[in-house]
Design a protein around this ligand. Structure first.
Ligand SMILES: [Zn+2]
Length: 207
């Protein structure tokens, strides 16, 4: 059986989400509208929409919805409320992938781990998330000049040379070997934050 795509919902009608009057008005924005906060609210709204069986897309500045059945009102409200941030999420990032691409990648990895690898769902999702983090790091490589350490900012010492980390195609980041673990942890945190902002949430597992 093919489990890669859950294409169970046959030909959903396309229905424009009417951009209700509330759609455009950032005028009443709360004072503390941090980017990250509104981003993850938008990501959560997208996630809820997907869970309700909606496909959210965009044509220019209009959100489009595909659904096999009438979408729940609370989900519609969320989409309207976070419309601007959702549109931002639907635009491809610098690495060329948008939130939808990450969701597809995650779903595929989880399905492979669950059905081909025979893992329990929770573990399969944890595995899929790790794959997303690795993929994000590969798609967002960091390069630095070989003159100083990217982590501590210091030049190389005779007893502590700078080493190149990375690949020939992505370029290299130069670090002291003792600085690499901390730098790598920070990079992983960056990947997790970026994925979270796109609605790919780190599964809570008891590892
Ligand atoms: Zn260093």
């Amino acid at each position: 059986m093919s489990c890669l795509h859950s294409s169970g919902r046959g030909g959903g009608q396309k229905s424009e989400s009417e951009s209700k009057r509330t759609g455009a008005g950032p005028s009443h924005a709360t004072p503390r509208n941090t980017d990250r906060g509104s981003n993850s609210a938008a990501a959560l709204a997208l996630k809820k929409a997907r869970e309700a069986g909606l496909r959210v897309g965009n044509e220019g500045d209009t959100l489009t919805l595909e659904a096999a059945a009438a979408p729940p009102q609370d989900v519609l409200d969320l989409l309207v409320r976070h419309k601007a941030d959702i549109l931002a999420l639907l635009r491809p990032a610098e690495d060329g992938w948008m939130a939808e691409d990450w969701q597809v990648f995650f779903d595929e990895r989880a399905a492979v781990a669950e059905f081909d690898g025979g893992l329990p769902r929770a573990e399969a999702e944890a595995r899929a998330f790790d794959c997303c983090a690795v993929e994000w790091l590969n798609r967002n490589p960091v390069r630095s000049p070989p003159s100083r350490c990217l982590n501590c900012g210091q030049a190389e010492h005779s007893h502590d040379p700078l080493l190149p980390f990375g690949t020939g195609s992505s370029g290299y980041a130069w670090l002291h070997s003792r600085c690499w673990p901390a730098w790598h942890e920070a990079r992983k945190a960056e990947a997790i934050a970026a994925l979270t902002a796109m609605g790919i949430l780190e599964p809570r597992t008891s590892r």
